[in-house]
Design a protein around this ligand. Structure first.
Ligand SMILES: CC(C)(COP(=O)(O)OP(=O)(O)OC[C@H]1O[C@@H](n2cnc3c(N)ncnc32)[C@H](O)[C@@H]1OP(=O)(O)O)[C@@H](O)C(=O)NCCC(=O)NCCS
Length: 186
């Protein structure tokens, strides 16, 4: 990170979530992803958000990572050591993946998002994954900048139409958008 910046969070801790924090992480995800509600028709929104906040359903296949500052959870990300187990996506064997990156509004622009991303890259390198894949959207501008800062590049061969991803069918053209794939080769 740029050394000339103002100090980031003092004492930011990035670690695996405890089991007694799962509801809090779900609430954090609901709050952060709630800003994207206008992007979806109602039924697709229910499935999108319902899946995102259901952190328990992903525990067997992914590592639930949180960022904590001064005793408060401020962010989270899901790291999949084996991306092929990420039910919604189709990643090659040997890849890791990242899902559900989120930092609370009041805690943004202090490096928490980057610290969560860096931790995923560290874990992927440690297990010798070939690459890390993730999906984002063109309107998730802060996230896209962050991923590009970490070295991820658009991988259009893995783009998915969002309706297909969350409902198994295409959304009406006016409500449809691409979940854009990004990859970091390790
Ligand atoms: C994407 C997201 C996780 C980023 O979290 P964050 O904690 O703000 O991320 P960072 O602080 O590491 O970086 C954000 C910006 O703050 C800047 N920044 C980081 N530390 C800073 C500091 N100490 N001083 C000044 N600026 C700083 C970064 O350079 C970056 O700038 P940019 O957006 O202009 O490129 C957050 O915006 C979010 O939750 N968005 C909604 C959910 C979402 O879209 N998730 C992604 C789904 S794929």
């Amino acid at each position: 990170m740029d050394a000339s910046r103002a100090p980031a969070f003092s004492g930011l801790v990035v670690r695996e979530a405890r089991l007694d924090e799962l509801d809090s992480v779900g609430s954090l995800l609901a709050e952060v992803y709630g800003e994207y509600r206008p992007r979806f028709p109602a039924d697709a929104w229910e499935r999108y958000l319902g899946e995102i906040v259901d952190v328990r359903s992903r525990l067997a296949d992914s590592v639930l990572i949180v960022a904590e500052s001064e005793g408060q959870l401020v962010g989270t990300v899901g790291f999949y050591p084996d991306a092929s187990l990420s039910a919604l996506e189709r990643w090659p064997a040997g890849w890791a993946s990242i899902r559900t990156l989120a930092v609370l509004g009041d805690a943004r622009r202090s490096g928490a998002g980057e610290a969560l991303g860096v931790e995923c890259v560290r874990q992927a390198r440690a297990q010798r994954a070939h690459a890390i894949g993730l999906h984002t959207a063109s309107f998730m501008t802060a996230a896209t900048r962050l991923y590009e800062r970490l070295g991820f590049r658009h991988a259009p061969e893995f783009d998915i139409e969002i309706g297909e991803m969350f409902t198994g069918r295409s959304l009406p053209p006016d409500a449809s958008w691409q979940a854009q794939a990004f990859r970091l080769d390790l």
